[in-house]
Ligand binder design. Structure first.
Ligand code: SAM
Length: 475
C-alpha cells in the first residue's frame, strides 16, 4: 500500500473537501492504472481497428486494453502503428477537434516523449504544421524518435528553450504547454513521483511554469489558443496559474462542449468561474491531469495573413529554392508526392513540404532543429543510404524499393539489430523489411549476407523473446 506525503494529504484534502479527497486517495493507493493505447490513423488501412474499448473522449483512436501486453516485443509499436499512452492525456484530441477547424501553425512546447504531440497531430486539420519542442537534449532525441515513428511529414522537432522561441519571433495559432510539474497525478503509476514530491518542489514548479508561459506568450498570435496542462493536483500549478495568465498576460478561458457527465471530469476547485478540466484517478478512468484552454486577447489577423500568404506564393512561383546540386542525387520517386523540396545539410538530405519551406528556414536560423519533414538519407561516397525516417514515413513510396516480409522471430531479431538474412532471390541493394506489411526499416543486401541498418539507439536492448507476439489488432 502506498503512503502519501503528509503535507500533500493535508493540502489536497483542504482543496478538494473530504469526500473527493477520499475518492482520490483510494484511486491512488488501491486503484489500478488502466492500460491504454492510441492507434496511428495514418498507418491504419481503411476499416482497420484496434482491439479494446474506445476511450470516451478520444473514441476514434484511443483504446483501453483489458491486459497489459509486453509492448516492447510488438513490432507494430516500433513501426509506429500505435503509441502507448495513458487515457487522460488523450483529452487533447477532443480539445483540438472541438476548437481547431482550419489548418494552423501549432507548437507543443514541452513535448517529450511525444504522447500529446502525436495525439494532437492526428487531430489537427490536414495542412497544419506542428512544431514539437523539448529543451532537454536526451529527451529531445526520444521525442524525435517517436515523431519519426509516427511518420507524419508536417512536423518539425526542435531542442530549444522557450526563450529561444521568444527570440525567434515565430508566430503560432495554437500553443500547448504541458509544463514540467510536481507530478502528483503520477502517484498511482510511479512511486518515484511520491518520493520526489515536496512542498518546496511545488513552489519551484509554479514559478517555473509562469516563466515558461511568459517566455512563449509573444509567439502566440492575438486570438490564438493556449492549451495549458499539468499532471498535478495542487491549485498553485493549476487554477492559480490559469488565473494569473488571464490577468497578467491577457487571456480568457474557454469552456469545452459535449463533456459527458459519465466521464466524471472534475471542474474548478478554487471557486472561481474559470472552466478547467481535472482528471482524478478513482473518479475518471485514467491518471491525474489538469487542463485548461485560454484564448489570447486580441483579434486574429486572419485576413491580413491570408493576403500576405497569397502574395508570398506568387513571389515564389517558378523559383526552385532547393539545393540544386545535391537535389539531383536523391531519387525523385522515393516519396508518394512531389510537393517536397529537398534540403541538403552536410551529408544529410531532408524532404520538406514545399508549402512550409520558408517557415522551416526561419526555424533553422533561430532554433535547434533536430528533425523536419522526412529525413531521406545520408550520402556516403556515390551512394545515398535511405534513412529510418523515410522507412517509417507515411509518404514513403514503397513501390520503388524491394521488400521482404519478416516472420515474427526475424522482426524481433531485426529490431534488436541482429543479423537477419534475406531470401536468396532478394535483389542486391537497399531492401525495405516489413512485418505484417508495416515497414520496420532497411537492410542492405550485399549478396552473401545483409547488413541490418536499424538505428543503434533505437534497438530493443532486452535479450528476452516472448513466445507469443503481442496482438493489438482486432481479429
Ligand atoms: C509533462 S512532460 C511532457 C510530456 C509530453 N507532453 C507528452 O505528452 O509526452 C514536461 C516536459 O517539459 C520539459 N521541460 C523541462 N523544463 C522545461 C522548460 N524550461 N521549458 C519547456 N519544457 C521544459 C521536460 O523535460 C518534460 O519533457
Amino acid at each position: 500500500m502506498k503512503t502519501l506525503p503528509e503535507d500533500f494529504i493535508q493540502y489536497t484534502q483542504e482543496l478538494m473537501g473530504d469526500e473527493l479527497f477520499q475518492q482520490l486517495k483510494q484511486g491512488i493507493t488501491e486503484g489500478e492504472a488502466p492500460t491504454s493505447i492510441r492507434i496511428n490513423p495514418f498507418k491504419c488501412k481503411e476499416g482497420e481497428d484496434a482491439a479494446g474499448e474506445p476511450i470516451p473522449w478520444c473514441p476514434s483512436t484511443g483504446r483501453y486494453l483489458s491486459t497489459r501486453p509486453n509492448f516492447t516485443f510488438d513490432p507494430w509499436l516500433h513501426a509506429g502503428k500505435y503509441y502507448v499512452q495513458e487515457a487522460s492525456s488523450m483529452f487533447v484530441d477532443l480539445v483540438i477537434r472541438q476548437l481547431v477547424h482550419k489548418p494552423v501553425m501549432m507548437l507543443d512546447l514541452c513535448a517529450a516523449p511525444g504522447g500529446k504531440s502525436t495525439a494532437v497531430r492526428a487531430a489537427l486539420p490536414e495542412g497544419s504544421l506542428l512544431f514539437s519542442n523539448e529543451p532537454m537534449r536526451t529527451r529531445s532525441q526520444i521525442l524525435a524518435e517517436n515523431i519519426q515513428k509516427f511518420g507524419h511529414p508536417d512536423m518539425i522537432v526542435t531542442n530549444s528553450y522557450p526563450r529561444d522561441y521568444k527570440k525567434s519571433k515565430l508566430q503560432f495559432d495554437v500553443i500547448l504547454t504541458d509544463v514540467p510539474c510536481s507530478g502528483e497525478g503520477m502517484f498511482r503509476k510511479d512511486d518515484g513521483a511520491i518520493s520526489e514530491w515536496s512542498l518546496q518542489n511545488v513552489d519551484n514548479c509554479w514559478h517555473l511554469q509562469r516563466e515558461i508561459v511568459s517566455d512563449i506568450w509573444n509567439c502566440l498570435k492575438p486570438g490564438g489558443l493556449l492549451i495549458y496542462s499539468t499532471c498535478t493536483f495542487n491549485a498553485h500549478e493549476d487554477e492559480e496559474n490559469i488565473a494569473w495568465i488571464c490577468e497578467e498576460l491577457g487571456a480568457d478561458a474557454i469552456a469545452l462542449n459535449d463533456i459527458d457527465e459519465a466521464w466524471n471530469i472534475t471542474g474548478n476547485l478554487i471557486g472561481t468561474d474559470i472552466p478547467v478540466y481535472r482528471f482524478l484517478p478513482g473518479k475518471t478512468r485514467g491518471e491525474g491531469i489538469f487542463l485548461a484552454v485560454l484564448r489570447k486577447e486580441g483579434e486574429p489577423e486572419m485576413e491580413k495573413e491570408d493576403k500576405k500568404k497569397k502574395k508570398d506564393k506568387n513571389k515564389d512561383k517558378g523559383k526552385n529554392r532547393g539545393n540544386k546540386g545535391k537535389c539531383l542525387q536523391v531519387p525523385t520517386d522515393w516519396l508518394k508526392s512531389s510537393d517536397y523540396e529537398t534540403i541538403a545539410e552536410d551529408d544529410n538530405f531532408y524532404a520538406i513540404p514545399s508549402r512550409w519551406k520558408a517557415i522551416y528556414e526561419d526555424a533553422a536560423r533561430n532554433l535547434k532543429v533536430i528533425h523536419a519533414g522526412i529525413k531521406l538519407g545520408t550520402s556516403k561516397g556515390k551512394d545515398i543510404i535511405p534513412d529510418q525516417s523515410l522507412a517509417l514515413s507515411t509518404e514513403l513510396n514503397t513501390e520503388v524499393f524491394p521488400q521482404v516480409e519478416l516472420s515474427y522471430e526475424d522482426a524481433i531479431r531485426y529490431l534488436r539489430k541482429e543479423a537477419v538474412n534475406l531470401p536468396a532471390d532478394t535483389p542486391k541493394g537497399y531492401v525495405l523489411v516489413t512485418y505484417q506489411q508495416m515497414p520496420l526499416g532497411w537492410e542492405k543486401n550485399i549478396g552473401n549476407r545483409a547488413n541490418n541498418l536499424y538505428p543503434q539507439e533505437w534497438k530493443i536492448k532486452s535479450s528476452h523473446v516472448p513466445e507469443e507476439p503481442c496482438v493489438i489488432s482486432k481479429k
